[in-house]
Design a protein around this ligand. Structure first.
Ligand code: DQA
Length: 142
């Protein structure tokens, strides 16, 4: 069984209500249902969300210890968290990590063009709404 942690950073718990013109009307529970429906029989997917940087870093440590692959939407932490980047760097050589974004940060404000994570991620998928996660799941199919 392939264990995949789907980790979501700050404000993504507010999906559905948060800036629907950017992020759409679907909620994190909708994302959970979508990934359950789209995973293969060999994949186990766990969707989590936190607004807390320390908790998110702890989940990356857990992925390292358990050897899980990760789909990570770091949300705003993408743009300034060196602590999260250092945690993700630890996974190189043990687990794959795909950085995903619902929107395409490169078409938005300048501060969103910088990612601390992309340089240590296995790959990056952005701009496809929840399909970004589905594409990541398919990229991680063994
Ligand atoms: C986001 C893009 C980030 O710039 C933003 O801070 C988010 C969501 C996305 O999924 O499009 O919270 O990661």
């Amino acid at each position: 069984m392939q264990e995949i942690l789907v980790l979501n950073g700050p404000n993504l718990g507010m999906l559905g209500a948060r800036e629907p013109e950017v992020y759409g009307h679907a909620t994190l529970d909708d994302l959970r249902e979508l990934l359950e429906a789209r995973k293969t029989a060999e994949q186990r997917v766990e969707v989590r969300q936190t607004d807390d940087e320390a908790e998110l870093i702890g989940w990356i440590h857990e992925a390292f210890r358990r050897g899980c692959d990760v789909i990570l939407n770091p949300a705003a932490f993408t743009h300034y968290s060196y602590g999260l980047r250092d945690a993700v760097a630890m996974l190189q050589g043990t687990s794959r990590l795909i950085e995903v974004h619902i929107s395409n940060p490169h078409t938005r404000e300048a501060f969103r063009h910088m990612s601390t994570i992309s340089g240590v991620a296995t790959g990056v998928i952005a701009g496809f709404g929840f399909q970004s996660y589905v594409l990541a799941l398919s990229a991680l199919t063994d």
